[in-house]
Design a protein around this ligand. Structure first.
Ligand SMILES: [Fe+2]
Length: 223
């Protein structure tokens, strides 16, 4: 099957939101919900190298409100029925280990418990597995709305168009609108050439002893 289908590159929706940058707030609640996750989940206490880039900078919640995460096309490679698991890696497949973690909240900044994140991506060489569930899986948020999964960093792909490395995520939760989007990596040369790339969908990525560590927080709106 041709993995370079053009449906995966459609124009960015001009109406999607762009996060508002505000001065840091000192309240504990807000510090726990800082965008980028460095203050979320205690990541800053880990022996990680300096952040490669401060994506999702600014606050996730301002005056008890959060701007919804921008939606993007699912593209042609989603498969239904991916298994629940927190490690999507494939035995024997070369690549950089990547841990992705963060929090799901609603637009009122309330953590969303039990949200299901359906994740799919290309392998490190830019190929999607469409016959099984390699590098795919579902995870569920805990009581604080937090999620985490382990995977391999995806490669870029495209022929006649450019898809910079990205991870597809569909988030579903009771009472909230389904959110399908794509997450991007900072400092990628191809970001500027990818018509779908959006800076507000950048993960914060750092290098640690166990590979790459990325964070992204999702904001869902009411159904
Ligand atoms: Fe894709």
């Amino acid at each position: 099957m041709d993995r370079h289908l053009s449906q995966d590159v459609r124009p960015v929706f001009a109406s999607e939101n762009v996060p508002t940058m505000r001065a840091p707030d000192v309240s504990l609640h807000r510090r726990l919900l800082l965008r980028g996750g460095a203050g979320l989940l205690g990541v800053s206490a880990l022996p990680l190298a300096p952040l490669l880039a401060a994506a999702q900078s600014g606050e996730l919640c301002v005056d008890g409100q959060a701007e919804r995460t921008a939606k993007q096309t699912a593209g042609p490679f989603h498969l239904t029925g991916a298994p629940f698991r927190d490690d999507f890696r494939v035995e024997g497949m070369d690549g950089k280990d990547l841990t992705v973690r963060g929090q799901v909240v609603d637009v009122a900044c309330r953590p969303v418990t039990g949200a299901v994140l359906d994740v799919w991506q290309a392998d490190p060489t830019g190929v999607y597995d469409t016959r099984s569930f390699q590098l795919r899986g579902k995870v569920q948020t805990d009581a604080d709305g937090r999620y985490q999964f382990l995977t391999l960093k995806p490669g870029s792909y495209g022929s006649g168009f450019v898809r910079t490395p990205h991870i597809h995520v569909r988030v579903q939760a009771e009472g909230l609108l389904e959110l399908t989007t794509q997450l991007y990596f900072p400092d990628e040369e191809l970001n500027a050439q990818d018509a779908l790339y959006r800076p507000d969908l950048l993960m914060s990525v750092s290098k640690g002893y166990a590979g790459l560590s990325a964070t992204f927080n999702f904001v869902m709106e009411p159904a």
